[in-house]
Structure formats: structure tokens, C-alpha cells
Design a protein around this ligand. Structure first.
Ligand SMILES: *[C@@H]1O[C@H](CO)[C@@H](O)[C@H](O)[C@H]1NC(C)=O
Ligand SMILES: *[C@@H]1O[C@H](CO)[C@@H](O)[C@H](O)[C@H]1NC(C)=O
Ligand SMILES: *[C@@H]1O[C@H](CO)[C@@H](O)[C@H](O)[C@H]1NC(C)=O
Ligand SMILES: *[C@@H]1O[C@H](CO)[C@@H](O)[C@H](O)[C@H]1NC(C)=O
Length: 410
């Protein structure tokens, strides 16, 4: 029955949106132009990245992308991406990038030549990208997305993914890894580093946390405590119906994408909604980057959102709260255990976004001061919670700083 409900809803949504399916390869330098025959509009041009899979996307920008499958100790098979720069060869320092919630590793390749992954590979680094469980680039040995158990993981389990892929990267490269995590990539990274410090210190040289979703006491915009309380019932219903889903990488089949590009009003509505969730950016997404940015939104996983809402609610960075009875069963204590960020065995660079609504500057600054260690440093970037991923001017606003940090710590 839950599965039927799921199919039914999807079917209606598909009917609603797919009526206007067209060739979305054309990007425009004005949002109005998207509604005005982009294929024949002088303000629009062909962008080969829109329909490209990760391998093709990398090729479009002069890189070879190799995939590696890694098995976790609890039966997930995760696909790792590795970029090969044809111009550089020989020994290279290793950088590992980990994506955030509602995304996958393709978010680091969503900004043409200015994509973070390509900038780092262009500099000669050996760039690896992880994909968490529950993304398009993961599967489970025995479970399928139709099983509810498939989606039954919290932030804690993400560190199992990282333990597996980081060990794999180290085995392949025999080098120490510089870890960069954005948002939930930072959350998983901190959980991995602080719960397995002995292991992690053999593999990781330095950690860069970009807007890590760890402390969110002052979150504003859409995901405030008030709103989460309001939508809690809806979230539970979605979970009951097993409505955990990821959006397709193909624009023709991607729900969010299709809803957001139907009309000028829909485009503006979506941009507004993103500003509400992520924060109003000093540097909004430029019109030609809109399709790639929309396609970077890849999924909704109930239990992760629930875990985040607990962190937001309590202001405490803890394991998943199953309630008193459940906690006793899972943790042998009435309250979930804390993650102790001071156990991170590496040096850490913290990066906050000046206008980040989801992981506010204030929370990062306060906790940096509270837990501060001598080998930590902190920097601000002029963005909301994610638009650096799509900014054509990212070099002068962020990636030059990132390269400086990497050179200093590698
Ligand atoms: C979209 O149009 C471009 C340019 O005309 C073409 O190369 C491409 O194959 C088309 N893509 C799809 C999915 O129709
Ligand atoms: C674009 O213009 C060409 C030539 O003027 C025409 O043949 C073609 O059908 C037009 N395409 C669309 C999608 O309107
Ligand atoms: C991006 O890089 C590719 C491959 O190196 C190159 O052919 C292309 O001209 C570059 N595009 C821009 C806009 O710089
Ligand atoms: C559970 O916690 C209690 C009290 O802290 C302790 O005495 C007991 O040994 C624990 N049981 C297990 C299975 O760890």
C-alpha cells in the first residue's frame, strides 16, 4: 500500500510536469529568455553539460573521470569519482571532496570550467569525490530503494561511508588525503574524524570544513525550528509512505527541475525559495547557471532531515534521538551520545558563509571560539549556503583562498 501511494503521487506529478518536456540544453543570459524559444534565441546558447553524465561532464572540460566502487562494512556499494588531468602526471597530492545534503558529487562539477573539482584538478591535485549512501551513485547489496530499511540511516552512518572510501583512496594512492567537506560533507567528516581518530589520523593530513552543518542554533529562513515543527507531520507521513527519493540527473525526468522551469513565475518562485532556505546571496546564481544549479538538487532523505532538525532543536551535535526507550536499546542510555569535535585528530580550517541562513556564521564563530584548538583556523566567504558551487567568479571570491589553504596544509 505505501508503495502504491508513492507511485500514484509520482505518476500525477509526472503528468503535471512532463507535458512541456523540451530540450533543456540551451542556457540563457536572462531568465526571461528561457521562456522565449531558447533554441532560437540570440541570448541563449548550447551547454553540453546539462544532459551530460559525470564522465561526459568531465570530458567536456578536459578531464577523465574514473569510477571506483567501494563496499562499506554495512553492505552499501558507493561509487567514488577520481579526476585524471591529462596534462599532469606523476606523483600528486590527494584531495577528497564530499558533498552535502540533497546533492551528490556532481555538485562539484556543476559550474563549467569554474567547478571546484576542475579547478583543483587543473592545479595538478589528484581529486577524488565521494558519494554518500542514498544518492544515485550508491546501491545496497541486499536492499532496494523500495525497502524502507534502505533509507534507514542517520548522519552517524555517513561516517561508515567515509571510513570505507577514505581507506580505499589511501590504499590506491599511498598518500595522505586533504579532506574537504561541504555542509553535510563536513558533518559526516567531523563524525568520522572524531569517532575514529586513531584510524583517521593515518589517512587525513588536514580537514577543510565549508559551512559544516554541525551547529545550527541560529538557523533562519525556511528551516527554522518553528517551520520544522509545522512540517514535522508531513515529513513523518512522507517517511511512512517511503517517499524518500532522489531526483533524476536527467532534466527531462527531474521533478524539481521541471517544476522550477515551467514558467517565469515558477523560476522566480524557486529562486526565492532557495534564498529562503540557503540565505540571500550577495552573488545570486547567474541566469546561465540556473539549469545546472537546479540539477544539482538531488534528493530528500527523511531520516537525515529529521536528524538535522534534532540538532537544530537541541543546539547539540549528537547521535540520532530515538526517544528514551529507543535510545536505551540503541545506545544503552536515555539520551543519545554527543559527538566530540575536539577529538578531531587533524588540523582544521573552518569556512563560514557571510549570508548563510542554514549554518549561520554566528554558530560557526561561536563554536570555533568555544572548542578552539591551536591548529584550527577560520575564514569567511561572501556566500549563502551553497552558491559558491555555481559562481562564475568563484576564483576571486573563494577558490583562490581554498588553494592557499591547501598549499599551506598539504
Ligand atoms: C538538444 O539540442 C542540441 C543542439 O541542437 C542537440 O545537440 C542535442 O542532442 C539535443 N538534446 C536532446 C536531449 O534533445
Ligand atoms: C529555429 O529556427 C529554425 C530556422 O529559422 C527553424 O527551422 C526551427 O524550426 C526553429 N526551431 C524552433 C525550436 O523553433
Ligand atoms: C573550458 O575548458 C575547455 C577544455 O579545456 C575549453 O575547451 C573551453 O574553451 C573552456 N571554456 C571556457 C568558457 O573557458
Ligand atoms: C549499560 O549501562 C549500564 C549503566 O551505565 C552498565 O552498567 C551496563 O553494563 C551497560 N550495558 C551494556 C550492554 O553496555
Amino acid at each position: 500500500m505505501p508503495f502504491c501511494t508513492w507511485l500514484l503521487i509520482l505518476f500525477f506529478l509526472e503528468c503535471l510536469i512532463l507535458i512541456r518536456a523540451r530540450n533543456y540544453s540551451f542556457v540563457c543570459n536572462e531568465i526571461e529568455a528561457y521562456m522565449d524559444n531558447p533554441e532560437n534565441n540570440s541570448k541563449c546558447w548550447f551547454d553540453p553539460d546539462v544532459y551530460a553524465d559525470p564522465v561526459q561532464r568531465a570530458l567536456n572540460h578536459g578531464f577523465l573521470l574514473k569510477k571506483h566502487n567501494v563496499r562499506t562494512e554495512d553492505g552499501w556499494i558507493l561509487t567514488l569519482f577520481r579526476l585524471k588531468n591529462l596534462k599532469h602526471s606523476g606523483q600528486k597530492n590527494v584531495i577528497f571532496l564530499q558533498h552535502g545534503l540533497a546533492a551528490d558529487a556532481t555538485c562539484f562539477m556543476a559550474n563549467g570550467n569554474n567547478s571546484l573539482a576542475f579547478i583543483l584538478a587543473e592545479e595538478g591535485y589528484d581529486v577524488w569525490m565521494g558519494n554518500y549512501r542514498g544518492t544515485e551513485f550508491s546501491s545496497h547489496q541486499t536492499l532496494t530503494p523500495l525497502n524502507k530499511k534502505y533509507w534507514d540511516f542517520s548522519l552517524t552512518e555517513l561516517s561508515i561511508d567515509l571510513a570505507a572510501v577514505i581507506q580505499f583512496v589511501h590504499t590506491k594512492t599511498k598518500r595522505k588525503i586533504l579532506y574537504i567537506g561541504h555542509s553535510m560533507g563536513g558533518t559526516g567528516g567531523v563524525i568520522y574524524l572524531s569517532t575514529r581518530p586513531e584510524e583517521a589520523k593515518n589517512y587525513i593530513s588536514h580537514t577543510i570544513l565549508i559551512q559544516p552543518a554541525i551547529f545550527m542554533s541560529h538557523t533562519v529562513g525556511f528551516f527554522t525550528l518553528e517551520n520544522i515543527k509545522t512540517y514535522y507531520g508531513l515529513l513523518q507521513t512522507m517517511d511512512y509512505m517511503n517517499l524518500n527519493l532522489y531526483f533524476s540527473s536527467n532534466p527531462d525526468e527531474n521533478l524539481i527541475f521541471n517544476i522550477c522551469v515551467r514558467s517565469l513565475a515558477d523560476i522566480k518562485f524557486c529562486i526565492n525559495l532557495f534564498d529562503k532556505i540557503l540565505g540571500t546571496s550577495m552573488y545570486p546564481i547567474s541566469p546561465p547557471k540556473l539549469p545546472m544549479a537546479l540539477l544539482a538538487i538531488r534528493g530528500v532523505i527523511y531520516k537525515l532531515i529529521l536528524h538535522f532538525s534534532q540538532i537544530l532543536h537541541s543546539g547539540e551535535f549528537k547521535m540520532f534521538d530515538y526517544g528514551t526507550k529507543g535510545n536505551l536499546q540503541v545506545y544503552n542510555s536515555t539520551k543519545p551520545p554527543f559527538f566530540d569535535i575536539t577529538k578531531i585528530p587533524t588540523s582544521v580550517s573552518w569556512i563560514y558563509g557571510e549570508t548563510d541562513a542554514l549554518v549561520p556564521k554566528r554558530d560557526i564563530l561561536e563554536n570555533f571560539e568555544k572548542y578552539r584548538k591551536p591548529n584550527w583556523d577560520i575564514y569567511g566567504i561572501p556566500y549563502n549556503h551553497g552558491y559558491f558551487l555555481f559562481d562564475e567568479q568563484v576564483s576571486k571570491r573563494f577558490s583562490n583562498l581554498l588553494l592557499k589553504l591547501i598549499r599551506k596544509h598539504i
